[in-house]
Design a protein around this ligand. Structure first.
Ligand code: 5GP
Length: 175
């Protein structure tokens, strides 16, 4: 398997994640507790780094979805695999996603979490492919906009490979 080509370096990611954490800490300074809901599996690295840089009270939950289709041939249909364990009712929720591609997943997750009647919902995503958007979803805290290419690393995989790379890189689909 070939080594992915660096698209966003480890240093660039760390700088941007620190900026996002500072912004989130400022925005939620008076909110009490923030519940960060990480989307498995891809968001686990972003969630770990972002959550540890916050200066406000926060707790961690996870949610898991499965997309129909595979790789770059995803159909847009999404199914809930695991809901949050703790109650988020009347709490401030931040959904933490690895990547927003068509937007279907984030829109679906917002609906699921909305049904739990939180005090508020916002979204954070490390990467977004703006030109691929099919549905309108707002990303309140965005790391980077990228083009239409399959990216790996920093939690993102290709067939379960490359998730633990410290940078975001590009591989050919199917490799
Ligand atoms: P959506 O199209 O619903 O916004 O994104 C669906 C899911 O596809 C994302 O949550 C992510 O798991 C996956 N995905 C989309 N683009 C990429 C990519 O470039 N690399 C990786 N590893 N996953 C992606």
């Amino acid at each position: 398997m070939s080594t992915p080509v660096v698209l966003i370096s480890e240093k660039e990611i760390q700088v941007r994640v620190a900026e996002l954490a500072a912004q989130i800490s400022e925005d939620y300074a008076d909110a009490g507790e923030l519940v960060m809901v990480g989307v498995l599996k891809g968001a686990f690295v972003f969630l770990a780094d972002l959550s540890r840089k916050l200066t406000i009270p926060r707790t961690i939950e996870f949610i898991a979805v499965s997309s129909y289709g595979s790789g770059s041939e995803l159909t847009g249909a999404v199914r809930l695999v695991m809901d949050v364990r703790g109650s988020v009712e009347d709490k401030h929720v931040l959904i933490v996603e690895d990547i927003v591609d068509t937007g279907h997943t984030l829109k679906y997750l917002s609906g699921i979490l909305e049904s739990h009647r939180p005090a508020s919902i916002r979204t954070a995503a490390l990467v977004r492919k703006a030109e691929r958007a099919e549905v309108e979803v707002s990303v309140d805290y965005l790391g980077f906009d990228i083009g239409n290419e399959w990216v790996v690393g920093y939690g993102l995989d290709n067939a379960e490979q490359n998730r633990t790379l410290p940078y975001i890189g590009v591989v050919e689909p199917g490799h």
